[in-house]
Design a binder for this molecule. Sequence first.
Ligand code: PLP
Length: 367
Amino acid sequence: MIPFVDLKAQYRQIRQELDEAIQSIIDRTAFIGGGAVSEFERSFSEYLGVSFTVGVGNGTDALFLALKAAGLGEGDEVLVPAMTFIATSEAVSMCGATPVFVDVDTDGLLIDLEQANRKVSERTRAIIPVHLYGQPADMDSVVEFAGTHDLAIVEDCAQSHGATFNKSVTGTIGHVGCFSFYPGKNLGAFGDGGAVVTNDEELAERVRMLANHGRLDKYNHLIEGVNSRLDALQAAILSVKLKYLEGWTEARIRNAAHYSESLEDIPEIRVPVTLPDRRHVFHLYVIRAERRDELMEYLKSHEVGVGIHYPIPIPLLEAYAYQGHNPEDFPVAAGASQEILSLPMFPELSQSDTDRVSELIRKYYHA
Ligand SMILES: *Cc1c(COP(=O)(O)O)cnc(C)c1O
């Protein structure tokens, strides 16, 4: 059996360190705020090379709080790629603004700025490039585009911890970066967690305030906010794991290379393209496959864990029926959603595992 992800393998590796970190928080009974959270925020800032990190409750809230702190609200429009997880557009609606969906490019399934250009209106205030599967969007073009149209850039880095574009780390290129520490993400907590990162001190302060009932000290509420804090247990766990992130990322990249070497000559398959000037951190390893659904069933029947990210382009979900879209509005995303297949991907995957998966795919296509 080769699972899609194996969180236990990672825990086994660093069990003692994690158990001690957890126990120390319990011993201190400082569960909300306190040293463990600020310590993690400091080390995450240092890792990314950014001035400010604000720990929050989860990645969806990170996006919501970043948008809200950037002043987004009712009547505003935000450009969102059609191929992402629903959290990206949910966050836009949560702050009262409207997501405007944009198709993606064929190679990377990243936001297509030509279509974005046709969807800009006088209400457009922000763009959310999603660094999908761990591959950075073309941030040079996003920055230029946002400059032309005077838009805030809110990077969705939920899948791109440590990914770079032209040597700049995702999350630090736009105005604000939003991370998820959901357990299965490249840096994962033992529950929900997230962070907003920025070099803009005022923005960081606003996020911190909004995430903590609109206050900076105990009962001095300047505005109404929400309750969305990173808790101390998660922060302590993340501080331990952060030290290993680079090694884990290198292992993901190695695993991806092993897959691609074994699969790239199969005519029915397209292996993922790493676009120029990027470090792709392979949160997911996603192939395009002919007869995808049959291949998926074949792999499952041979005890290989696989997934589809994502089976329905976001604007075509029932939740967005009110926008009245059809697949022809997003031809690339709609086409890709029928072909994409995510293979097992996690740092501890061995080469014999990737070889076994590749061998099965080869057998399936008689390649
Ligand atoms: C996981 C994810 C999110 C949301 O993060 P949560 O911590 O689960 O709220 C947002 N965007 C993308 C692209 C994601 O993959």
